[in-house]
Ligand binder design. Structure first.
Ligand code: CP
Length: 312
């Protein structure tokens, strides 16, 4: 298909065909990753800078690995060792980096909209690696890839996102992506964790984890994002675990074949029982493996190499 987006800012507005095209491209790159020499020259000559203004383990390593597997030249930026510490703005940081002739920017930032802002400052393609409470599109894509590996077509599959939905960029990207592929989406958590006007998102809403488990084929479990919350949204992690924790006992009681996803980092023993995260129900490490292939696909498709590009 013709794929003429320049930036990957979020999955909102992506069609089923576009998402399938990215996932099919990721499947081709997954085959590359299984070769004895897991490397292709696809992005040779392209220079990519990774701007991470927030902590990351999976996304950052995964993007770096994807860039190396595609033979791109990469530069890594960490806030702690940059001139941001001396008061430099995001715009100036980006324009100075672009003056060194870069082609793509991968950015993680605590402020929703920072990647969109960058598209107005520089000519490079911008890939959002997570912006505040807005979106985390490559996480959404790797979750979709993992579910397609297991189920094939996601039409009609029931996926419940459990936890701190209101503060979660992962939840937003999952909702847009899953709905584009025809899945039914549920949200489960205390009402203080539900986004504003959640009832208008076309999702089921559950305030009982038992009811959510009864309804679902998949639980995508999120951690409580204390760093983004104002105080007082829930009494204690102990109480949260008691009412909303995903446990083996709860899954077995439902007597259904449930698949568990978690974007990480996991707070073991809070949102999910530690043993369950490593159990036969869990595809958590498959998600991480698929992350590299999805990011290779995103870097390739948004690099402008395969077509004429227009602004997203
Ligand atoms: N899922 C995710 O974004 O993990 P990191 O914060 O470790 O990148």
């Amino acid at each position: 298909m013709e794929f003429n987006r320049k930036h990957l800012l979020g999955l909102e507005g992506f069609s089923r065909e576009e998402i399938i095209h990215i996932l099919d491209t990721a499947n081709s790159f997954k085959e590359v990753l299984s070769r004895p020499i897991p490397k292709v020259p696809t992005l040779r000559g392209k220079t990519i800078v990774n701007l991470f203004f927030e902590a990351s383990t999976r996304t950052r390593i995964s993007f770096e690995l994807a860039q190396k597997r595609l033979s791109a030249d990469t530069v890594n930026f960490a806030t702690s060792t940059s001139s941001v510490k001396k008061g430099e703005t995001l715009r100036d940081t980006a324009r100075n980096i672009e003056a060194m002739k870069i082609d793509m920017v991968v950015i993680r930032h605590g402020a929703a909209g920072a990647p969109l802002f960058l598209t107005q400052c520089v000519d490079a393609s911008i890939i959002n690696a997570g912006d505040g409470q807005h979106e985390h599109p490559t996480q959404g894509l790797l979750d979709l890839m993992t579910l397609r590996d297991k189920f094939g077509d996601l039409q009609g599959k029931k996926v419940v996102i459990v936890g701190d939905i209101a503060h979660s960029r992962v939840a937003r990207s999952n909702i847009y992506g899953l709905q584009a592929l025809g899945a039914q989406v549920g949200l489960c958590g205390p009402s203080t964790f539900m986004p504003y006007q959640a009832e208008h998102w076309g999702t089921e809403i559950f305030h009982s984890i038992e009811e959510a488990i009864e309804w679902s084929d998949v639980l995508n479990v999120l951690r409580i994002q204390l760093e983004r919350q104002e105080k007082g949204l829930f009494p204690s992690t102990r109480e949260y675990r008691r009412f909303f924790g995903v446990t083996r006992e709860r899954l077995e009681h439902a007597k259904r074949d449930i698949t568990i996803l978690h974007p990480g980092p996991i707070n073991r023993g809070v949102e999910i029982e530690s043993e369950l995260a490593d159990s036969e129900f869990s595809l958590i490490l498959d998600q991480v493996t698929n992350g590299v292939a999805v990011r290779m696909a995103a870097l390739y498709l948004f690099s402008g190499l395969n077509k004429e590009t227009t602004d997203a």
